[in-house]
Design a protein around this ligand. Structure first.
Ligand SMILES: *Cc1c(COP(=O)(O)O)cnc(C)c1O
Length: 413
């Protein structure tokens, strides 16, 4: 049946088989999609709470942590970002944001809504912030919380985080990291880095759909958040203040309530998104089954191959080589080439999606990802071959096959 706009409202969902080689989302691993079609359970069914406990255990190694509080926030990656900030920060708190791209700006935007006093320590897009600049900013600003991003897909840069936790702890600050774009693809070492709260998403290197956001919290962060709790045993006590400061300004994203739900208390909060939990559990099983080191090496090989292939085609790769994310590569759109026409041709001729860019990089670079289930040899090589053809059609001189051959050599380098 077609409505007046020609939409086939009663047609089955039957999307084209696109290869998603942008900065995310990417194609989900088939095992994840199969897991998500399993039958539903009641939220307090022992099988369901058993799966919740398994998810906690499965995500600890993925975050590089022994944190008890390792769980899922129902929503896309931004849900876990917002839950972390709204639960850690009260209006008037001083928060330092280590900002080197669009997702650093997102942190400042959310913190502004909360009413925090935000200061940023910035790097130009395409670079990262040196640790001594962060140390100086902490010293100068005396923040209660330091927030940053690990891999910022908007610039394709990965911020080094070794040593950041110790700096924060010495200054009495809690630390937060958005690791959405790198979790499951580059090493995340929450414990070794000493980061208090780290969050992720499924639709990047974990190879799942968007809609579930893994999170881990240190005991110190959990204690800080529990001290702000104003709801006990399901009874609202809005009239009671316990001297811990303002209440957490969100119910859905109140991490104290969500931790109570994931604890043995099983205090009802929202209804856990069952199918997403199955998907998140399978993402972790796939990742740990492969082995994290092997997985990081696979993403590194894909990034190396992509970068080498693009360079061999005569293109200029964006950003600082020393701090490149392995799983997404930015490349300048050559002069005289219409970036959007090439993206359209990639989709129309080859069923391949590559990414545009935001803000200062809009219209200047494409972003090519190879993440999770898509960080595979053939997908990288096919993408490079297709890009070469689309560039030649646009009149950009590129020699046949050179990019793919360089990528093949670089994969095993
Ligand atoms: C992709 C990405 C997100 C995405 O958030 P969603 O809410 O899942 O769209 C957040 N942070 C970073 C660093 C990302 O790369």
């Amino acid at each position: 049946m077609a409505d007046e706009l020609g939409m086939d409202l009663f047609g089955e969902i039957d999307p084209p088989q696109r290869l998603l080689m942008g900065p995310g989302p990417v194609n989900a691993h088939p095992r994840v999609l199969r897991a998500m079609s399993a039958d539903l359970l009641g939220q307090f069914d022992p099988e369901m709470t058993g799966y919740m406990n398994q998810v906690m255990a499965l995500y600890r190694p993925i975050f590089g942590t022994h944190n008890r509080w390792t769980m899922l926030i129902d929503g896309t990656a931004r849900a876990a970002i917002e839950a972390s900030l709204v639960s850690l920060v009260v209006p008037g708190d001083r928060v330092l944001v280590v900002n080197f791209g669009r997702f650093g700006l997102l942190l400042t935007e959310i913190l502004g809504r909360i009413g925090a006093l935000v200061e940023t320590v910035d790097a130009p897009w395409g670079e990262t912030v040196p640790l001594d600049a962060i140390a100086a900013a902490i010293e100068r600003f005396a923040p209660k919380v330091v927030a940053t991003v690990h891999g910022d897909t908007s610039t394709t840069m990965a911020q080094p985080l070794e040593g950041l936790g110790a700096l924060c702890r010495a200054a009495g600050a809690l630390s937060y990291v958005d690791a959405t774009a790198t979790l499951g693809g580059m090493e995340i070492a929450a414990d070794r880095w000493g980061i208090d709260v780290v969050t992720g998403g499924l639709q990047k290197c974990l190879g799942g759909p968007s809609g579930s956001a893994p999170i881990t919290l240190s005991d110190a962060a959990a204690a800080h958040i529990f001290a702000r709790r104003h709801v006990e045993q399901g009874i609202r006590r809005a009239d009671i203040t316990d001297g811990a400061g303002p209440r957490i300004g969100s119910n859905y994203f109140d991490l104290a309530m969500i931790m109570d739900y994931w604890s043995e208390k099983r205090l009802n909060h929202h209804t856990e998104a069952t199918s997403m939990l199955y998907g998140a559990r399978e993402c972790a099983r796939v990742a740990l089954g492969e082995g994290l080191d092997a997985r990081f090496a696979r993403h590194a090989a894909a990034g190396r191959a992509m970068t080498a292939g693009l360079r061999a085609m005569g293109l200029r790769v964006f950003g600082d080589d020393a701090h490149r994310m392995t799983n997404v590569t930015g490349v300048y759109i050559p002069d005289g080439v219409d970036g959007e026409r090439v993206r359209t041709a990639m989709r129309d001729q080859f069923e391949i999606e590559i990414g545009t860019a935001f803000g200062p990089l809009q219209g200047r670079i494409w972003r090519l990802g190879a993440m999770g289930y898509n960080a595979m040899k053939h997908k990288v090589f096919i993408t490079l071959g297709a890009l070469e053809v689309c560039l030649r059609c646009e009149g950009f001189a590129v020699s046949a096959g050179g990019g793919v051959e360089a990528a093949i050599a670089a994969w095993d380098a």
